[in-house]
Ligand binder design. Sequence first.
Ligand SMILES: *Cc1c(COP(=O)(O)O)cnc(C)c1O
Length: 462
Amino acid sequence: MKYVSTRGQAPELSFEDAMLTGLARDGGLYVPAEIPVLSADDIRALNGLSYEDTAFRIMWPFLGGTFTEDEFRGCIARAYEGFGHAARAPLVQLEPNHFLLELFHGPTLAFKDFAMQLIGQLFQTALAKNGRRVTIVGATSGDTGSAAIEAFRGLDNVDVFILYPHGRVSEVQRRQMTTPADSNVHAIALDGDFDACQARVKDMFNDFEFRDEVGLAGVNSINWARVLTQVVYYFTSAVSLGAPDRRVSFTVPTGNFGDIFAGYIARKMGLPIDKLVVATNQNDILHRCLTTGEYRPDGVVPSISPSMDIQVSSNFERVIFDALDRDGSAVAQLMDELKAGGFTLPQGALSHLQELFTSGRCSEDETRATIAEMKTLTTELLCPHSAVAVKVAREVRDPAVPMVSLATAHPAKFPDAVEEASHIRPGLPPRMADLFERDERVTRLADDLAAIEYLIREKRSA
Ligand SMILES: *Cc1c(COP(=O)(O)O)cnc(C)c1O
């Protein structure tokens, strides 16, 4: 299995190199050269398997010999053993034919643990095999950073630096990043928004001298291995609802387009997904783009679902690549236009995307109202991101087709917003009860590439 860049100018890579590299050298994102397809019988055979066994069968064809079967099974087992639920991704029912996929039972209480815990194991296994070290740099709107720090803390061959927007993450998110005491993890509070954090990470990857000097590796949602791990729960949930003999729809609270892109891959692999719904908060650039074809960032407005406060949605480039018939130079041209302010999708590409995706938007008031209403109707306490999905799902769903809304974080990660909406203050699970007493360690920096690179050179344990 080979991986190609969405901009067509970077070398093809193996799974291992695409995983360790993250962003391609031409500024593009790696995607598989082709997608393996499962037959209906292959999918039927997933019925009744554990999450781990399903994960093995779904991901194995993408690995192309990077790991042995035993190594890969071991990585999967270690990745998910710390989850607080035996099903890993349990499905609960909200109302007739509408289900909630709970993806928040990992160590940092958000769905990003699914990818990050496994990537930590895969990095460790790959690096230990060939005696390499890497410096992981990531940008986060809150959940990626805590998940990365939790997954990589204490690993021998890795230093981790996470940039988050100062003052724009919740206290739980911040403390999950600033309280681990391991000397190989570093939180950086940047004076800027999430898009600025993401832009500085891209700048570091494009500074090839720095990139090679520190052995830069990325684990942001652009990392193909992360996307791949997220394909698994589309299969486990759809199969438990009757796939492949029944079509299933999904609604995904979307920011960087990584999670929903995994659903798109699941469908390409043969999972009969009916509607794939992009749900955005008031930062609705993806909804507007899928409606009009215009992609024009106009500044992030902070919301109560901060992990979706995004205007430049990096994984969107991957579906644009497909919608443009995998023409890397056409993608590169749109991305150049984006740097100059924005782009308009060609009509053919827009129509194609509109066949693949449905979209909707949820305002702040609607988010709070949905949290309150679902608490009354179902006893389920939703986090604001999950509420965005549930609201949009209820708007667009076909009552005859099972709809799965993805619950991407535990309500206790956003206690203030949830309490305001529902008058209930969600408590942290017992394993995290002392989070507010632990010491914090963080460096605050200006939005300045040179200052960030200086800090990384100084602090990494070369
Ligand atoms: C990251 C995140 C999202 C958005 O996921 P993307 O893959 O970036 O689209 C939604 N909800 C929560 C809680 C998140 O942490």
